[in-house]
Design a protein around this ligand. Structure first.
Ligand code: NAP
Length: 296
């Protein structure tokens, strides 16, 4: 029997673990892939109070080490169900907790085009900082208009020979600061008001077909495509114990409580106004503190 089972080893889950361990609670963290969550892909974090600049990898690793140094237990298993009695079922076993914190974050949104799955690792990527180096001196495209796409374009422009930045609208959602920097680069070409309609190639991605708002079609040859069109939650497996909104985020009022006592949600997985590192760690600390109080 664990005091608190935490699902997800991103900033929210690891912060919950840190607070629970410091209160001498017996915890278990489940992580399906790697510790760190989405932030591990951020090349540079400059908006975390008190830290002027740190890479996402260093931030996540420091937090992970903080938890490991307090003997936090992490199992790399995928949670497939939570029972109402707080039994957590993974792809390998069953575990019982007095409380459960869901901190599963979000996952990269797909274009849902034919061939997208087939070309992952063969020209299609969802992480510029992870895969950018495979495209040294080659031609790449980035799809998206948020901060991730803009940051990725800046990062890749110093590695590759040419970057096409493809966005479906005229206006960007990302910060003007990034846009100003991008406009100064001579190897970045903006393709606006356009959607990618097909991914072409045999074994590897070789080109993409674009359609603009006037239904004009054009094909561009590229070696790599970085898809940065936002994120989606992955909470469907928890729908027996939590309430989801129309986009699949967990409804938790204005806090971390779900509809069931003893089951909490922290971080990007829940309905909230701002999905950022600061709000993820805030949720993680609040969820753990409430869980500790309610267990006691
Ligand atoms: P985002 O802000 O949600 O932007 C997603 C972009 O993809 C939007 O421009 C959207 O277009 C476009 N898009 C969505 N679905 C699409 C589709 N099916 N086809 C084509 N385009 C599509 O996502 P994000 O850039 O990943 O950022 C997520 C959050 O993290 C944001 O709050 C962001 O500010 C934050 N972030 C911060 C930093 C930083 O501070 N350094 C860095 C990265 C991310 P529309 O604009 O037309 O909707």
């Amino acid at each position: 029997m664990y005091d608190i089972i935490i699902i997800g080893a991103g900033p929210a889950g690891l912060t919950s673990a840190l607070y629970a361990l410091r209160a001498n609670k017996k915890i278990l963290i489940f992580e399906a892939k790697n510790y760190g969550g989405q932030i591990i892909n951020a090349s540079n974090i400059e908006n975390y109070p008190g830290i002027s600049s740190i890479s996402g990898f260093d931030f996540a690793t420091n937090l992970y080490n903080q938890v490991k140094n307090l003997n936090g237990e992490i199992k790399y298993e995928t949670v497939i169900r939570i029972e109402e009695d707080k039994t957590v079922i993974t792809n390998k076993d069953k575990y019982k907790g007095k409380a459960v914190i869901i901190a599963t974050g979000v996952t990269s949104r797909k274009l849902n085009l034919p061939n997208e799955e087939k070309f992952i690792g063969k020209g299609v990527s969802y992480c510029a900082t992870c895969d950018g180096n495979f495209f040294k001196n080659k031609i790449v495209a980035i799809n998206g208009g948020g901060n991730t796409a803009l940051e990725d374009a800046l990062y890749l422009s110093s590695i590759v020979s040419k970057v096409y930045l493809i966005h479906r609208r005229e206006e960007f959602r990302g910060d003007a600061k990034y846009l100003d920097e991008l406009k100064k680069k001579d190897n970045i070409e903006f393709i606006l008001n356009s959607n990618i309609v097909s991914l072409n190639g045999d074994e590897n991605l070789e080109s993409i077909t674009l359609e603009d708002i006037n239904n004009n079609i054009k094909e561009i040859k590229i070696d790599g495509l970085f898809i940065a069109i936002g994120q989606e939650p992955k909470n469907a497996v928890f729908s027996n114990v939590v309430e989801l909104d129309s986009k699949g985020y967990i409804i938790s009022g204005d806090g971390v409580h779900t509809k069931l006592p003893g089951i909490y949600v922290a971080g990007d997985a829940r309905v909230k106004i701002l999905r950022q590192l600061t709000t993820a760690v805030s949720d993680g600390s609040i969820a753990a503190t409430i869980a500790i109080k309610e267990i006691n």
